[in-house]
Design a protein around this ligand. Structure first.
Ligand code: GLN
Ligand code: ZN
Length: 768
């Protein structure tokens, strides 16, 4: 190789799916939990999966591979373990190491697990480290060192251990249950840095030339104290003798004010995301004069979406970057953990569409093509570049991507389609007259327990073991039972129970044009749980009504109103892979129009109450505050576009499964729903006060039954919660309902809880 600057471009990545080609890791871990596999068998399977992944990366032409990104459960949990942040309740549970690790992940009969929460704005969930003023960190480098040595033994000269960095580790942690009041994890930085220094020294001793420390928290708005802590952390880690070179990585958005902080630190390299909103990194980097003499790992292939990359555009970004750093390497924007393994596995469904897709295996090939194009010249990869151009052209030109009727309809939309014509007070009066509900009306959120029998029937229908007619009878029977039960329990607004739905997004994705299903597109959601998100690939339209039949059937069985039940546009987007060739707002509008038609059909068929669930409204909130108002604007507009076509006396409900509204409170109001149900049981009704304080003017159902727990609340407890809510919400605007759908609970728990709910509502009604 020559010594021209371009000859230095390598292909690398931040992390690879852990699951194995056929989700072997899930099977092995669950096998270990159930006692079918012993520890050695589990660890052997895990090692074989890592070896397999390394072979794939080598074959794909990846020059420098990540190590330590593999995990039996979660990489944040692994970091907690590596720095000795094992809470006393797990440490002292009397378990072996591996079982202590899994106790942190999922608890045992005696100890609670760590809490789990979403990893930034992805659908991956990490375990939240628990820290307090007594946390004594201690380095445990064994996993990192072993996985690095394993790669070296396998002949990988260039392997780069990847760990979560100290600032992100502390900011993603939370105070342990008995931490001193006001305790802030970041105050432990001085105690934590020597532990990181020792991990780095061990990795260096094992031969690591580079170590990557991930600091994704730096793509969020951080106060000066955090930026100061970052500067200090990297100054101190760089002062350690005999350490590897440090590559500090960020992804999911631009570094913003953290960029100069890291650029001024002595670290030898940065990994930056240059896709989506993070493309702003490019100008910012130029503005600070680049990273002369240092390494830049350039995330130019979107690591969290599923589309074949625009290699020409990536090449031109890389070409610009080559002038801005001492050395530039090509990489996906983030760990490939967030995409499925292999788009080639989808060929059997549709070879044309499979070409448009790029999952982990294809993305590694893409970065390797980019690195070669820069190192050896475009001619060396001409066939790959032309295949990529052809794939892009095929996607752009396909009838799936552009449906003229949908586009014309969207273009013709005006302001009036996104507003209900009548003010809320007028609607509320019309709805009161039509529905005749008592004070504190009782309802549920939609789903009833999904029994194993029901799931088996659905699987049977798919595999052809059960005939369509028999399946339909099964669903009808279920709906009859659910309606009869709700009447008997005395609920006021009924649901059909959603027995026909596998998942609230997938059900609609399967019925809308524009969405594709994958056969093998599994992505880790948390631990051993994998999901197969639909791919929103084209213009969205509704070929036929989606919910009319079962909602109508349910309504035919009762005099009481049955809610029509739909998933909102934002949630449809949040839990799918979305197209990257138009703004999200446009995609949301198309989904909203399909829902609007569905709601019009429901209304015409006599439905008086529709519920449009938006549990993901807060999830899609951009990581940077500056981008949030624009997001909330289109997100709430899409909801109103879906729901505002109804008559004044048709009641629109929405539902969200969380209670921390913070900055989306005004967005909740902008939805203009007549009734909102939300999570509140776990937060002891604080939400009712918050809504009241914010002057929320419409009806609310703060949840009074925590459906995440098998515990059945007593009527007294529910009465107490309702009385508590009445301190903030007047009785004519309060509903009584559970926190969320009942599908994960048992029929027995649900029966008991709902009877208590209606009894409590009756009692409170009598006293107001
Ligand atoms: N209607 C859905 C259900 O009850 C809502 C689920 C959700 O909010 N995640 O299952
Ligand atoms: Zn919910």
């Amino acid at each position: 190789m020559t010594d021209s600057p371009s000859a230095r471009v390598l292909a690398t990545l931040h992390g690879y799916p852990r699951q194995g080609p056929d989700r072997e890791l899930k099977k092995a871990v669950e096998g270990y939990w159930s006692g079918r596999l012993d520890q050695d068998e589990l660890l052997r399977t895990a090692a074989a999966l890592r070896a397999g992944a390394r072979r794939e990366l080598r074959a794909a032409g990846i020059d420098e591979i990540p190590t330590g990104d593999f995990s039996l459960y979660d990489h944040v949990l692994d970091t907690a373990w590596a720095v000795g942040a094992v809470p006393p309740r797990h440490r002292n549970a009397g378990l072996g190491e591996l079982d202590t690790y899994f106790a942190m992940a999922r608890g045992t009969a005696d100890v609670q697990p760590l809490e789990m929460t979403k990893w930034f704005d992805t659908n991956y969930h990490y375990l939240v480290p628990e820290l307090d003023q007594d946390t004594a960190f201690a380095a445990d480098p064994r996993k990192q060192v072993a996985e690095f040595e394993e790669a070296r033994a396998d002949g990988f000269e260039r392997a780069r251990p990847v760990l979560l960095g100290p600032v992100s580790f502390l900011l993603l942690a939370k105070p342990a249950p008995h931490a001193a009041p006001g305790f802030q994890p970041l105050t432990l930085l001085d105690r934590l840095l020597p532990v990181y220094a020792s991990l780095l020294a061990e990795l260096r001793a094992a031969g690591a030339e580079w170590v990557q420390l991930d600091e994704p928290v730096l793509v969020q708005d951080q106060p000066g104290a955090v930026l100061g802590a970052t500067a200090r952390a990297y100054r101190e880690l760089c002062a350690v003798d005999d350490r590897p070179r440090l590559l500090v990585a960020s992804y999911f958005d631009a570094l913003g004010e953290a960029l100069p902080v890291l650029a001024d630190s002595p670290v030898e390299g940065l990994a930056l995301d240059f896709t989506g909103p993070a493309a702003a990194n490019l100008d910012a980097l130029a503005a600070i004069g680049g990273l002369p003499g240092r390494r830049l790992v350039a995330g130019v292939v979107d690591g969290r979406n599923v589309w074949a990359a625009d290699l020409e555009r990536a090449l031109s970004t890389l070409a610009t970057l080559l002038g801005l750093a001492g050395r530039v390497d090509a990489a996906p924007s983030c760990s490939l953990l967030h995409v499925p393994l292999d788009a080639a596995a989808e060929r059997e469904s549709d070879p044309q569409i499979a070409r448009w897709l790029s999952f982990a295996r294809q993305k590694t090939a893409e970065v390797s093509v980019l690195a070669r194009a820069l190192a050896e010249g475009r001619d060396a990869v001409a066939p790959q570049l032309s295949a990529a151009r052809a794939a892009l052209a095929s996607r752009a030109g396909s009838a799936l991507a552009r449906d003229t009727a949908v586009r014309e309809r969207c273009a013709a939309l005006g302001e009036s389609e996104t507003r209900r014509p009548q003010p809320y007070e007028e609607r509320a009066a019309a709805q009161r007259a039509r529905l005749g509900l008592p004070l504190l009306p009782t309802t549920t959120i939609g789903s009833f327990p999904q029994t194993a029998e029901l799931r088996a029937a659905r699987a049977g229908l798919r595999s052809g073991r059960i005939a369509e007619g028999a399946y339909r009878e099964r669903i009808e029977r279920e709906i009859r039972e659910v309606i009869a039960y709700q009447e008997k329990a005395g609920l006021d607004v009924l649901v059909h129970g959603e027995p026909e739905r596998n998942d609230m997004v997938q059900f609609f994705a399967e019925r809308l044009n524009g969405f594709l299903a994958t056969r093998h597109g599994w992505v880790q959601s948390y631990g051993t749980r994998y999901v197969r998100p639909p791919i929103l690939a084209g213009d969205v339209s509704r070929p036929a009504p989606m919910t009319l039949e079962w909602t109508g059937y349910a309504q035919s069985l009762t005099e009481r109103p049955v809610k029509g039940m739909l998933t909102g546009p934002v949630t449809m987007l949040a839990w799918s892979f979305v197209r990257d060739d138009q703004p999200l707002a446009d995609t949301a509008r198309q989904v909203a129009l399909a829902l609007r038609d569905e709601i019009a059909d429901l209304e015409a068929a006599g439905t008086a109450v529709v519920q449009v669930d938006e549990p993901a409204l807060r999830e899609l909130l951009p990581l940077r505050r500056a981008a949030r108002p624009a997001y909330l604007e289109w997100a709430t507009e899409a909801f109103r576009l879906a729901t505002s076509g109804v008559r004044a006396d048709t009641q629109v409900h929405t539902h969200m499964c969380y209670a921390e509204f913070g900055e989306i409170l005004s967005a909740i109001e902008a939805l203009d729903a007549d009734v909102i149900s939300l999570e509140a049981a776990r937060s002891r009704m604080a939400i009712a006060d918050e809504l009241a304080a914010a002057g929320y003017p419409r009806e609310v159902g703060p949840g009074v039954y925590d459906i995440h727990s098998p515990r059945v609340p007593s009527a007294e407890e529910i009465t107490g919660l309702l009385r508590r809510a009445l301190r903030a919400v007047p009785p004519e605007r309060l509903w009584a309902n559970p926190d969320c759908g009942l599908k994960t609970r048992t029929p027995e728990e649900v029966r008991a809880a709902l009877e208590n709910l209606t009894a409590a509502a009756r009692e409170v009604r009598a006293s107001v």
